[in-house]
Design a protein around this ligand. Structure first.
Ligand SMILES: NC(=O)C1=CN([C@@H]2O[C@H](COP(=O)(O)OP(=O)(O)OC[C@H]3O[C@@H](n4cnc5c(N)ncnc54)[C@H](OP(=O)(O)O)[C@@H]3O)[C@@H](O)[C@H]2O)C=CC1
Ligand SMILES: N[C@@H](CC=O)C(=O)O
Length: 413
């Protein structure tokens, strides 16, 4: 007997799962007791050559996939919400378990898909949607179920981290580094999604849902990518011991979540997280601070997440979808709390900076000035309203935040 599987999409990820199943068939068979056979692959363009075994059907017709008898598993690795959402629902109805890498789909329709999986008695797994090979969704769903988490920080986009690293360590231009990320299979089909923070935002939504069981509001979010970061900013920051990282942040009390580039120093656990690596740092009620780091994109790292999901389904490992402890109300007001900021400006602009910003450190090179200041978000917004300067938050890990949370009753259901 074999377990019949199909793949939707045969780009970086689709080819990765196909290859991984061929190269790891011994391991799979010894765990599952039966071989996995990819019987068919759905693609969009029928003219492209495909390196697959004889007997594997390549088709552009979804009907060919949905009519395969005894099809048990479908790996979904196409782009965008549609037609993926429609296809997955039809396949669930047919009785197939679904393992998806499609972040956009799970961010937008994850809850609907979970309901459909329940309705049709099939499993839905999506570990590959967040942080590539890093088994963060699996860990949250199966190994960290009683721990409460007040907050987390994450580097969730491999392409952005790769670009920032290449610019810093090799002096590459933004465009050349992006081109390399595309060649290596890290970037999305539309790379704007990577560099404008949309992909990281989708992953943040999936993580928040997985941790809290609730849908974060997507109105009025702060989502920013890395396009404002120049080579000059990167080298000036390095001179004062700071590095740019594209960060996703979540905090339950007070509620805040955003995706934006920030500066960190050597004391931050993400300082050395370079290249395509992603990292998630959790603040857990029992375990304390936990960090998960590893390749966040690419053919085989993503295939690794998909294959481990497959094994999880057949081993009957129960994936738990959220603790449902906290209602997520979006706090739309900006914070009056004082934070650290780094301002990049010209020498002649320094005198115009408002007095409310307390200057902590200044570095000047060839009329370019970097100022480390303390002030509220309101102060920074006011500054940016009248002075054309680039400002980034300088962020640190907040220690043991969870301990303070025991009496936050208004947020609990
Ligand atoms: N690249 C990565 O590192 C990661 C990607 N992902 C996600 O995995 C998914 C796939 O990514 P990736 O492999 O990089 O993308 P690619 O662009 O490399 O491949 C996309 C594949 O999907 C096929 N496809 C697109 N639209 C359709 C459609 N309507 N019907 C049938 N087939 C379709 C394409 O067909 P054709 O070959 O004919 O053009 C292609 O084979 C995306 O959702 C992405 O966000 C998740 C984790 C990591
Ligand atoms: N484009 C994504 C791929 C993985 O999710 C990224 O760069 O992180």
């Amino acid at each position: 007997m074999v377990k019949k599987a199909a793949i939707l999409g045969f780009g970086t990820v689709g080819q990765g799962i196909y290859d991984a199943i061929q190269t790891h068939d011994d391991e799979l068979q010894s765990i599952l007791g039966e071989p996995i056979e990819i019987v068919a692959i759905l693609v969009k363009n029928e003219d492209k050559g495909r390196a697959v075994n004889e007997g594997t059907i390549i088709t552009t017709s979804f009907q060919d996939i949905v009519s395969i008898p005894e099809l048990e598993i479908v790996f979904e690795a196409i782009v965008d919400c549609e037609p993926a959402f429609t296809y997955i629902q039809a396949l669930m109805k047919k009785g197939c378990h679904i393992i998806t890498a499609n972040k956009k789909l799970v961010a937008h329709y994850g809850s609907e898909l979970m309901v459909a999986a329940e309705k049709y008695g099939v499993k839905l797994r999506y570990d590959a949607t967040v942080a590539g090979a890093v088994p963060i969704i699996g860990a949250l769903q199966t190994l960290l179920r009683t721990n409460r988490m007040n907050s987390f920080q994450g580097i969730l986009n491999g392409t952005s981290n790769f670009i920032l690293t290449e610019m810093r360590t090799k002096g590459l231009s933004f465009d050349d580094a992006l081109l390399q990320a595309q060649t290596l299979g890290y970037a999305e089909a539309d790379p704007a999604s990577d560099i404008e923070g949309i992909d990281a935002w989708n992953k943040l939504v999936i993580l928040i849902r997985t941790i809290t069981g609730n849908e974060p509001s997507t109105g009025n979010i702060h989502r920013e990518g890395i396009t404002s970061i120049s080579q000059a900013f990167i080298s000036l920051a390095e001179k004062i011991g700071l590095r740019f990282k594209h960060l996703a942040y979540f905090n339950q009390a007070p509620l805040q979540y955003w995706v934006k580039p920030v500066l960190i120093d050597a004391s931050h656990p993400f300082y050395q997280v370079d290249g395509v690596n992603n990292s998630i740092h959790l603040d857990c009620s029992l375990a304390g601070e936990l960090s998960f780091t590893g390749p966040g994109a690419g053919k085989l790292p993503t295939a690794s997440a998909l294959l481990e999901d497959l094994v999880g389904i057949y081993q009957g490992i129960n994936a738990y979808n959220g603790q449902k402890t906290v209602k997520l109300l979006l706090n739309e007001s900006i914070s009056a709390e004082e934070k650290n900021w780094v301002i990049f400006c010209k020498e002649n602009q320094v005198a115009q900076l408002p007095n409310q910003l307390h200057q902590l450190q200044t570095y000047c090179e060839a009329r370019e000035v970097v100022l480390l200041v303390k002030g509220s978000e309101i102060d920074i917004q006011l500054l940016q309203n009248f002075l054309k300067v680039n400002v980034f938050e300088y962020i640190k890990i907040q220690k043991a935040k969870y301990v303070e949370l025991t009496n936050v009753s208004f947020l609990h259901k």
